[in-house]
Design a protein around this ligand. Structure first.
Ligand code: DGJ
Length: 445
C-alpha cells in the first residue's frame, strides 16, 4: 500500500516537474520583438547585425547602441550554440581615438566574414558623421573571430573610399566576398577581402537601404528596405541569375502593411538543418533614442523557392531546431487591464514562479514603459525599458523575463512618460507623440 502511494506520489511529482519544464517555451525559442537578456543580465545589444557560424557556434556582431546618443560607442560580439542563449564576448571594435570611428561619429551595420584565402576576419561597416553627410565603408581586421578588431581605415575602390551609406556583405559558395551598398551597387572584394576590386552591379533600379543577400539554386536574392530612417516599412527583394544581374524587382516578402512584421532587414543566415539549408531573415525593430535597451530583433525562417521568397505569417516565438512556431505560450494566464499615459503610473503584480511574460498592445501613440522584477527583499532582479510604439497596431509579447530562481516576485510596469521619436535628414517628424503603455495579460511560469 505504502509502496503504491509512494510510486503514485513520485509519478505526480514527475508529471508536475515535466509540465513545469515543458510549459516554459522560452528556454528553447527565439522570441521576436522583446529585448533579449545576455549572460550578464544585460540586453543583447547588437543591432544592424550579422552572424558568422564557426565550429558549432554562432557569433553575432552588431551595433553596440547607446540609450542617449547616436554616436558610435563600439561594435559588439556575442556567441551562442543555439541562437537562443547569448554570451557577451566583448566590444569587438571599440570607439577609436580619432578618425572614421572616433568620437562623435556614426558606426553602423558591422558585417564580419572570414577570408578563406588569408584566414583573417574582416569587418566592414558604415561610418559617417553625425548628420550622415560623410558616408564611407570602414575596414577592420582580426586574427580571432571575437577580436579585438584593428581599425584600418576606409575600404578602397580604385584607391578611393566608397561614398555611400547603408551596406551589407555576402560570401558566395565559392568563398568570393561581396560588398552590398544601398541603392543597388555591388562590389566584388579582392582575394584578401581588404579592398573592392570590381563594381559588379551598378545602381540596381529601386535598390534600397539595409541590403542583405542569399544565393540558392543558381538564383541570387537581394533584400532591402525603403528609406524611412528608423521607421519600419514593407521591405522588398530583387532576384538575378548571377550576381552581376540582370536584377528584377520581385516585390515584398511579408504581407503588405505589416511593415516586414515591424522590422528592417539586416542579414540572411543560412542554417543547416538535416540535408537542407533554411534561410533565416534577420531584421531590426529600431527604437530611437533608447536603442540599447529597447530596439529588438525579428528573426524568422524564410520560404525560398524558385525565385520567390515569402514569410507568410509572423512567428513571435519559434524553435530554431524544429523550425516550428510555438503556438501556445503556456504558463498561467493572468488578464490585466493596464492602460496609461501618465508618467509614474504603475502596475504591480505579485507572482510566484521562475519566469514572467508580459503581453501588450503597441500603436502609433505608444511610449516607453519600464518593466522590473522585484524580489521578496525588495531588490531589483531585472529591469528593462520597453517600447510600446509601433506605426501599425500590434498585440503580443512585449517582455519576457530571464529565467529566475523559483520564488516570489513582483512585476512592476511603470509608464516612463516619454516616447520614441526622431527626425530624418530633412527634418520630417517620425515616431510617437504620446506616452501610452498598454498591458493586457501576463503569463507566469
Ligand atoms: C536607415 C538605415 O537603414 C539605418 O541603418 C540608419 O542609418 C537610419 N537610417 C538612420 O536614420
Amino acid at each position: 500500500m505504502m509502496k503504491k502511494l509512494l510510486l503514485t506520489t513520485l509519478a505526480i511529482i514527475a508529471t508536475i516537474t515535466m509540465v513545469a519544464q515543458t510549459a516554459d517555451p522560452f528556454l528553447t525559442s527565439i522570441v521576436n520583438g522583446v529585448p533579449w537578456t545576455d549572460d550578464h543580465g544585460k540586453p543583447v545589444n547588437a543591432h544592424g547585425a550579422c552572424i558568422v557560424e564557426e565550429n558549432g557556434k554562432y557569433y553575432l556582431f552588431g551595433e553596440w547602441k547607446s540609450d542617449t546618443t547616436n554616436a558610435f560607442p563600439g561594435f559588439a560580439c556575442y556567441s551562442s550554440t543555439d541562437l537562443v542563449n547569448w554570451k557577451f564576448e566583448r566590444v569587438a571594435l571599440p570607439l577609436q581615438k580619432d578618425g572614421l570611428l572616433g568620437p562623435n561619429r556614426v558606426g553602423e551595420r558591422p558585417k564580419v566574414m572570414r577570408c578563406p584565402k588569408t584566414g583573417e576576419y574582416i569587418m566592414l561597416a558604415h561610418t559617417d558623421d553625425m548628420r550622415y553627410k560623410d558616408p564611407q565603408v570602414g575596414l577592420a581586421v582580426a586574427k580571432e573571430i571575437t577580436g579585438p578588431y584593428t581599425f584600418i581605415g576606409p575600404l578602397l575602390y580604385k584607391g578611393k573610399p566608397i561614398k555611400r551609406w547603408d551596406m551589407g556583405t555576402f560570401q558566395d559558395h565559392d568563398g568570393t566576398g561581396y560588398l552590398l551598398m544601398h541603392h543597388g551597387d555591388i562590389y566584388r572584394l579582392s582575394k584578401d577581402y581588404r579592398k573592392a576590386v570590381k563594381k559588379v552591379a551598378d545602381g540596381i533600379k529601386e535598390g534600397g537601404e539595409s541590403p542583405a543577400m542569399l544565393h540558392k539554386d543558381g538564383t541570387y536574392y537581394l533584400f532591402g528596405s525603403n528609406l524611412t530612417s528608423w521607421e519600419r516599412n514593407d521591405n522588398f527583394y530583387h532576384t538575378a541569375p548571377g550576381i552581376e544581374g540582370p536584377w528584377t524587382k520581385q516585390g515584398i516578402f511579408c504581407p503588405e502593411g505589416t511593415l516586414t512584421y515591424n522590422s528592417q532587414s539586416t542579414f540572411i543566415l543560412p542554417l543547416h538543418r538535416g540535408d537542407s539549408i533554411v534561410y533565416m531573415y534577420m531584421g531590426d525593430r529600431w527604437s530611437y533614442p533608447h536603442q540599447a535597451s529597447s530596439a529588438t530583433y525579428v528573426w524568422m525562417p524564410m520560404q525560398v523557392n524558385g525565385g520567390k521568397v515569402n514569410i507568410p505569417e509572423y512567428w513571435p516565438v519559434w524553435n530554431p531546431v524544429t523550425m516550428q512556431p510555438v503556438r501556445d505560450l503556456g504558463g498561467t494566464v493572468i488578464p490585466v487591464n493596464f492602460k496609461t499615459a501618465t508618467k509614474g503610473a504603475k502596475l504591480e503584480l505579485p507572482f510566484e514562479g521562475t519566469r514572467i511574460a508580459v503581453i501588450g498592445h503597441t500603436f502609433n501613440n505608444g511610449g516607453y514603459g519600464r518593466i522590473s522584477i522585484i524580489d521578496s527583499q525588495g531588490g531589483t532582479v531585472h529591469t528593462n525599458l520597453i517600447d510600446f510604439y509601433s506605426k501599425v497596431d500590434d498585440h503580443g509579447l512585449r517582455y519576457v523575463s530571464p529565467l529566475l530562481p523559483r520564488g516570489r516576485y513582483t512585476l512592476v510596469v511603470e509608464c516612463a512618460g516619454e516616447h520614441p521619436h526622431w527626425s530624418n535628414k530633412r527634418g520630417d517628424y517620425f515616431g510617437s507623440r504620446e506616452d501610452w503603455v498598454t498591458v493586457e495579460e501576463v503569463r507566469v511560469y
